[in-house]
Design a protein around this ligand. Structure first.
Ligand SMILES: Cc1ncc(COP(=O)(O)O)c(C=O)c1O
Length: 379
């Protein structure tokens, strides 16, 4: 039974059911998440050779370089390296909501609302006001404007609007540029800052073929994950104005996120950012290939909205009870040796969908094998 919000797709316990005693001739193709990616040989080399220092003293040259590189890439004044995307979002919320009585407006299917333990409230004393996310990852701008509180002592103070691009739970949707521009126009008029949860922002930039800064232009702050499709082992960045980052630095410390010789991790992040176009365009392309093959199979049990596949996430829609999400996930993973030695790992994420996330552990040859397996199971 999937409770409200479902299981968290990238943070929960998604250990494979057949993980132990897998024969060596079984080919495992892992689409559970892009968080499973591992540093390759080149990345491990730059990590080993990274110059380091005490970053809490502001003395780690590799961290300083990564922060400058990211601020430039996202068109912001400054940036801060933090351990995780969740911490990046929470720090951003608290840095914007510096005074008591604040409220943030978030999408009801956003990571900040569903999967961060209500951290805005527990850590920051900040109230969350959810507006309904639409299928494309946006929300109605009329609803947004209605959600803004009046200047009344009974109300919390609307202090921030949060968006997510690409939108994970909505299937890796890339937010439309026209919507971002309109949101920017409205929030500017209202004097409200926007925080962008850009855990997978670079997938969106690659999909739209625009510089990432085009997507962050009207956002006061941005978080970006290095440890998803980009393939670095650990780390996220928060970007924004110098003042915002100065507050973020204090908040990182109180949350226990002040790391010391973290240049080893930052060096991996710098390389990941330098290679992002090649890595992520491959992931986005592979997702389209899978969606197209599933659609062409004309399965009566499982469908996919090909046009809705914008980045590296494919949602398989289960139409029958017989092959519901849990059964589909299990059947994709099961092997029948010696005839079938391909195990495809995916994730049942709600009552009707299985999520597939392409990532750099799956090459072109494996995509072909995965498509064959998926089609065999669903037809
Ligand atoms: C959209 C989005 N934001 C934030 C996060 C949090 O990242 P982390 O797992 O590094 O805390 C995730 C992770 O899955 C995510 O998908």
């Amino acid at each position: 039974m999937y409770k409200s919000g479902g299981i968290s797709p990238d943070d929960g316990d998604h250990r494979s059911k057949i993980k132990n005693n897998i024969p060596s001739n079984v080919k495992i193709i892992d689409f559970r998440s892009d968080t499973i990616t591992k540093p390759d040989a080149e990345m491990r080399r730059v990590m080993a050779e990274a110059e380091v220092g005490d970053d809490v003293f502001g003395e780690d040259p590799s961290v300083i370089a990564l922060q400058q590189q990211t601020a430039e890439l996202l068109g912001k004044e400054a940036s801060l390296f933090v351990p995780t995307g969740t911490m990046a979002n929470q720090i951003a919320v608290m840095s914007h909501c510096w005074t008591r009585g604040a409220e943030i407006i978030v999408g009801d299917k956003s990571h900040i609302f569903l999967y961060e333990q209500g951290g805005a409230a527990t850590l920051g004393g900040v109230h969350t006001h959810a507006v309904k996310n639409l299928n494309d990852g946006t929300f109605s701008l009329e609803n947004l404007q209605s959600a803004i509180r009046s200047d009344d002592i009974h109300h919390p103070i609307t202090s921030l609007v949060c968006i997510e691009n690409t939108h994970n739970i909505m299937g890796g949707k890339v937010l439309p540029l026209a919507w971002l521009d309109e949101l920017g126009r409205i929030t500017k008029k209202l004097g409200l800052p926007v925080h962008l949860d850009g855990a997978r922002l670079l997938n969106a930039a690659v999909a739209l073929k625009v510089p990432p800064a085009r997507l962050t232009r009207d956002c006061a702050s941005v978080s970006l994950c290095l440890s998803k499709g980009l393939g670095a082992p650990v780390g996220s960045l928060i970007c924004g104005s110098k003042d915002f980052i100065q507050r973020a630095l204090r908040l990182r410390k109180v949350l226990g996120g002040g790391m010391r010789q973290s240049g080893i991790l930052a060096a991996a992040g710098s390389l990941a950012l330098a290679r992002y176009q090649a890595t992520l365009s491959m992931d986005n392309e592979n997702a389209k290939i899978i969606a197209k093959r599933v659609s062409e199979s004309a399965s009566k049990k499982v469908t996919v909205d090909v046009e809705g596949v914008h980045s590296n996430i494919v949602m398989l829609n289960c139409l029958t009870e017989e092959l519901g999400p849990a059964a589909l996930q299990e059947k994709l993973e099961q092997v029948d040796l010696p005839h079938d030695a391909v195990s495809v790992r995916s994730m049942a994420i709600n009552e009707s969908q299985v999520r597939i996330v392409t990532n750099n552990s799956v090459d072109t040859e494996a995509i072909v094998l995965a498509c064959e397996k998926i089609i065999k199971v669903i037809t």
